[in-house]
Design a protein around this ligand. Structure first.
Ligand code: PLP
Length: 428
């Protein structure tokens, strides 16, 4: 598969030749746990990583492999490892880099679940995170110390739909000799290709736009293959002998595929955060139409954001695709196809009115998800952020008067009509 082919061609064909055994044109769901070895020597070579092949589906599975190849092609990466969820992908991305006492520097503008994972859960591993505003390069540089092993941000970030200047952040990571990990869930490779902007690793929640219809929980880690793991002694998992494989050195042996092979041979083997073949199948089907869907998501989001911004019942809209957004210039420069389809807006009338709008919406579903074909809404202050004080809610972009929209693929006139009637009902 040539990477000279266009995005929509790769979205349909990458990783998916006709099945060699049957000629099946669509990628079969290989619903199997194990694979027969040709003989004892074949088995030994597979277990020694001397030959690449299928052993056991915790490690590799042909349906999942097809999805990995497709996503690696779309992101312009050397390889990819699928995982059981977006959160699993984040742990899988950090695992080869980290050790007790090491830290990451992460953006303050992140998916709420990621803030919890990084500020609380990873401490159990002896890892820690420092959160800084990634629009402030000096603060970012100052937060990096000799124990920092990665920088982490989202390309387009939740909940406000803000955009990150990835080349600027990548330059800082480069100067410090540490990898930049970008969560590209909200943008997808159709709107943003972080590796081309200098990212080392890309992670996704495949649960969202990549699958696109709210049917799968999945994740992926994509490696650019460009980071020199042997340039310092900071990444021994990749640059030093691995005792569990008779002293094999991943970077020396696998070169640009070192991180990917480590992810499968050590990460999936021992952490077991494996994606199942049925889920991989649904995500492959979703990705076939990714370009078409994202184009419509963005067009609908922009139309809804413009309509809301001009409505007297609305206080403000945070969408980076609007000229009024402080992130609009960055969005135009780095995200020319659009600033995604997730943003927040504030209603006049505070908490009471916001809750009434959610209750009155009919087409928009009130759910804790995003990136679905269906339009979704959530009132964060009464749900995901309800344990926080009002000051904390405001800092998180989840103030009492704020609603978050994930704009779907419906006819945009119907979406606007729904918002119009709900705002009317709430302010009557
Ligand atoms: C949903 C989401 C995650 C977590 O993914 P899961 O598949 O729910 O584990 C991480 N980052 C972002 C930006 C998300 O939207």
């Amino acid at each position: 598969m040539s990477d000279k082919q266009g995005f929509d061609t790769l979205a349909i064909h990458a990783g998916a030749a006709a099945d060699p055994a049957t000629g099946a044109r669509q990628v079969p769901i290989y619903q199997t746990t194990a694979y027969a070895f040709r003989d004892a020597d074949h088995a030994a070579r597979l277990f020694n990583l001397q030959e690449v092949g299928y052993i056991y589906s915790r490690l590799t599975n042909p349906t999942v492999s097809a999805l990995q190849a497709r996503i690696a092609a779309l992101e312009g990466g050397a390889g990819a490892v699928c995982c059981s969820s977006g959160h699993a992908a984040q742990i899988m991305a950090l695992f080869p880099l980290m050790a007790p006492g090491r830290n990451i520097v992460a953006s303050t503008r992140l998916y709420g679940g990621t803030v919890t994972q990084f500020s609380q859960t990873i401490r159990r591993f002896g890892w820690s995170a420092t959160f800084v505003d990634f629009d402030d390069p000096d603060a970012l540089r100052a937060a990096i110390n000799e124990d920092t092993r990665a920088i982490f941000c989202e390309s387009i970030s939740n909940p406000g739909g803000y955009v990150t200047d990835i080349p600027a952040v990548a330059a800082i990571a480069d100067a410090a000799g540490i990898p930049l990990i970008v969560d590209n869930t909200l943008a997808t490779p159709w709107l943003c290709r972080p590796i081309e902007m200098g990212a080392t690793l890309v992670v996704h929640s495949l649960t969202k736009y990549m699958t696109g219809n709210g049917t799968v929980t999945g994740g992926v880690v994509v490696d650019s293959g460009k980071f020199d793991w042997s340039a310092s002694d900071r990444f021994p998992s990749l640059s030093a002998p691995e005792p569990a494989y008779h002293g094999l050195v991943f970077h020396q042996t696998f070169g640009a595929l070192a991180f990917t092979f480590h992810g499968i041979a050590v990460g999936l083997r021992d952490l077991g955060m494996t994606m199942n073949p049925q889920g991989a199948h649904y995500t492959l089907m979703g990705i076939e139409t990714l370009g078409l869907r994202m184009e419509r998501h963005v067009a609908n989001a922009l139309a809804v954001a413009r309509w809301l911004e001009n409505d007297p019942r609305v206080e403000y809209v945070t969408y980076a695709g609007l000229e009024s957004s402080p992130w609009n210039a960055t969005a135009k420069r780095l995200y020319p196809r659009g600033a995604g389809a997730l943003f927040t807006f504030a209603v006049k009338g505070g908490y009471e009115t916001a809750v009434k709008v959610v209750g009155a919406l009919k087409l928009f579903s009130h759910v804790a998800n995003l990136g679905d074909a269906r339009s979704l809404v959530i009132h964060s202050a009464s749900t995901t952020h309800r344990q926080l004080t009002e000051a904390q809610q405001r800092a998180a972009g989840a103030a009492p008067e704020i609603l978050r929209l994930s704009v779907g693929l419906e006819d945009v006139a119907d979406l606007i009509a729904d918002l119009d009637q709900a705002l009317a009902a709430a302010t009557a």
